[in-house]
Design a protein around this ligand. Sequence first.
Ligand code: CA
Length: 387
Amino acid sequence: MSKPTDPQLASSRRALFRNAGSVVAGAAVGAAMGVAGCGTTQPGADEGGAPAVVTGKRIRWRLASSFPRSLDTIFGGAEEMAALVKAMTGGQFDIRVYPAGELVPALQVMDAVQNGTVQAGQTCSYYYIGKKPALAFDTCVPFGLTSRQQIAWLEQGGGRELVDGLFADFGIKTLISGNTGVQMGGWFKGEVPDLASLKGLRMRIPGMGGKVMAALGVSVQNIGGGDIYPALERGAIDATEWVGPYDDEKLGFHKAAKNYYYPGWWEPGASMSVYVGKKAWDDLPAEYREILKVAAARAGLSMQAKYDALNPPALERILGQGVTMRPFTDDVMAAAKDAAGQLLADEAASDPEYAKVLQAWTKFRDASFKWFGRAELAYGRSAFTAG
Ligand code: CA
């Protein structure tokens, strides 16, 4: 957090410890130091013994998540963020996290934040492409960026400014807060030996992935999370996708379909966002804003780490139950990539804002793919195993 050689901070620290009687306990010290270090104490100005620590403002927020409590990877990320915020403010900034459906339905989180029903939300921006198609770039698009590449684009590649611009119309501030990593292609009752075999297949796959699949001849079905398994089990659909082994196992898809395809080229790294209403954000003390940003980023790191640690054993359990893993064939991958590129170009042709984001994003993606195509790819080819 600080270098001991920083004279202002060192001075603040001396003041802090001298005035130990007024220091709030435990984890609040970090936040309190932020207040003292950045605001009230100047070098050499603390000799009079004025209290250097200010007790933080008491704030209560409600956060509506688009996800059920059972998805402990994703929903757990919002809970971890709230716990960190609470700890770092000595309990003064308290965010209560609600699962999908408790305050608002899963796909109405953006509206709820926009109209002030809740101060914050946890969701995926690609749920709202009906409001503005370019919002997809805040989450992921088919054949787009991976988890690391998305963070690089948002934090260092100019993506944050573009995404902030997209959300300005809605009065929402967004924070990056986790990722699933490359998802699986999903569960198929039968084999998909070639591109032609996708024709007429009934698959549950929402969003842009669904649009690409439709272009490949798939009969795309939109079914809510809880209804997918029964539909697959009774044969109302032939295939479904969800996330990856750890989450998929809980939904039991391996009991109803035995062919587990990869990769989920439509979701190479679905990025989670925390939404904060503009008024709520503006009303936050500056140090709480920084604490919230740090907590969201830290919880996001935990989310990706959970997926990367929990997916391997979950996959082993699934494979022990008669499931066969299969890669999509080259002709499926090539046709899907072409159709995805066409989809993005079509959107851009009718939407100048989308075109602006796509142009900058494509430049970043192409450079990133070229870079990852060297050391990362060569290492992965040599070291990773699919056995
Ligand atoms: Ca998915």
